[in-house]
Design a binder for this molecule. Sequence first.
Ligand SMILES: [Zn+2]
Length: 307
Amino acid sequence: MRRGFWLLALGLGLAFAVTAQGQPPLAQTSSRVSGDRAWKHLNAQVNHGPRVPGSLGHAKTLAYLEAELRRAGGRVTVDRFTVRLEGKSYAMANLYADFGPTAPDGLQGGMLAAHWDTRPVADHDPEPANRAQPIPGANDGASGTAVLLEIARVLGETPPQTPLRIAFWDGEDLGTTDATMFYGSRFYVRNRPLPRWGILLDMVGDRDLVIPQEGYSAHHAPELTRRIWDAAKLLGYASYFPRREGPAINDDHLPFLGAGVPFVDLIDFDYPYWHTLGDKPERCSAKSLEIVGNVVLHVVRELDRQK
Ligand SMILES: [Zn+2]
């Protein structure tokens, strides 16, 4: 009931804005995240097929991400590494797109991140026969990646004053334990310069979007968490970002928190299609991508102004 009322109120507000002011100027539209553009990125990834390391969909999506990030104007690095698991060798790649000035002593700015790989097995599917198949990963994989590609476009048009790196992790969802997951982020923390702060986007596309404060983030990065939820409220998205603590999730932010970097995980873990073949675009929405993108972009701009 509350949700329905909220959507109605938002729709009325939008109609009023257009009637009263006509089309917003181009500069204004381009400085905001477009849910429609992010939605195209989500579908493009899903259409490539599952992004399991070593698969055709993985190779196609790696090329797609690199091309899109270059087109956005980012300084792109493809960081390749190899993982051995149960006698098999996996060629993996993180991608980094840098915006704003280059820090002379390595990267010491902010970081936005998402994992771009998808799970090789639908081990939570209600149908046992499906559990050996790879998931489509519309929400779990493609959603965060899609929002970050769209944020990259905006940052390319209006670059930040301070260094900002957008990172795409590989191998987040390969195995079943902490030791056989999160390969890309763990590789990064061991081998690359750490950022000053970070925001992780994972499963942010659910059409029924509710993002509570993830447990580890709330306790180990309380200031950044508060800032993000303040931004959501300011933008009129308080109902999507309730100010309550949600479950603690083992995810790509933990290696950074362990290294002392405040890193917040934005995750809507209340998603019935998690690790099932049902994780498809129709469970997601362009509007959810737009909401999350605009909240994150607002925080990036705010921290950039403070330097
Ligand atoms: Zn997953």
